[in-house]
Write a protein that binds this ligand. Structure first.
Ligand SMILES: Cc1cc2nc3c(=O)[nH]c(=O)nc-3n(C[C@H](O)[C@H](O)[C@H](O)COP(=O)(O)O)c2cc1C
Length: 202
């Protein structure tokens, strides 16, 4: 009888473990992923006049590889200069004054997403202020955030910790990728994205 009870206990433990693993798998499968990004067309450093932004290219790659939804953060009133040098000056002023531009539209079902990629160009070692406008509109409690940054030499800078501070969310390892690689060397960019997603287990 004792042995029978032991076997019953071990067997029920095994069934519970399998049940829990299945539930976790289901959670992962059901979890919705969002890619939020900001990106700029027009004249950009090292790539000339572009009609598709560097960060937008990476955002689309991530979305198609992970099945994520995409949301582009755009200005309600886009008065940004179309030339690179002038844009850098306006952006620096906005950073210094901690400006929050109005943005167009919103993600209506934000609460449904558990994992959110935030994609940004590196602007003066920071994000364009419009991404802070987006971040501050939402509740990031219990979200997992994954940053990606396009740049021309500065890499991630301290953008992941700025995102962590602004969201208070769990922030996973970010990807830094050269803007000109995203724009002109798609296969190389894709390899970098693939390796990174693999490391993240996505
Ligand atoms: C306003 C502004 C500031 C920038 N500041 C930096 C910088 O500090 N470090 C850097 O590596 N690249 C900097 N860049 C280059 C961009 O990060 C890079 O070109 C990026 O890929 C642009 O992405 P997008 O086409 O998605 O907007 C800056 C570009 C702009 C327009």
């Amino acid at each position: 009888m004792k042995n029978f009870l032991k076997i019953l206990l071990v067997a029920s433990g095994f069934v519970m473990t399998v049940f829990n693993l299945k539930a976790q798998e289901k959670d992962m499968f059901n979890s919705k992923i969002l890619v939020v990004y900001f990106s700029k067309i027009g004249e950009q450093y090292a790539v000339g006049n572009i009609s598709e932004g560097n960060t937008a290219i990476i955002a689309q790659m991530i979305a198609s590889k992970t099945g994520a939804d995409l949301f582009e953060v755009k200005l309600q009133n886009d008065t940004y200069p179309k030339t690179y040098k002038a844009l850098t000056e306006v952006a620096l002023e906005e950073k210094k004054t901690n400006f929050r531009p109005e943005i167009l539209g919103d993600v209506s079902n934000f609460e449904d997403y558990t994992t959110i990629f935030i994609g940004t160009p590196n602007w003066w070692a920071d994000m364009p202020m419009a991404l802070y406008t987006f971040i501050e509109k939402h509740d990031w409690n219990s979200k997992t955030v994954i940053p990606f940054v396009t740049h021309e030499g500065s890499g991630l800078s301290s953008i992941p910790s700025k995102i962590e501070k602004a969201t208070n969310a769990k922030v996973l390892e970010g990807l830094a990728i050269y803007g000109h690689v995203a724009q002109n060397e798609r296969q190389n960019a894709e390899k970098e994205v693939d390796n990174w997603l693999k490391k993240l287990g996505l």
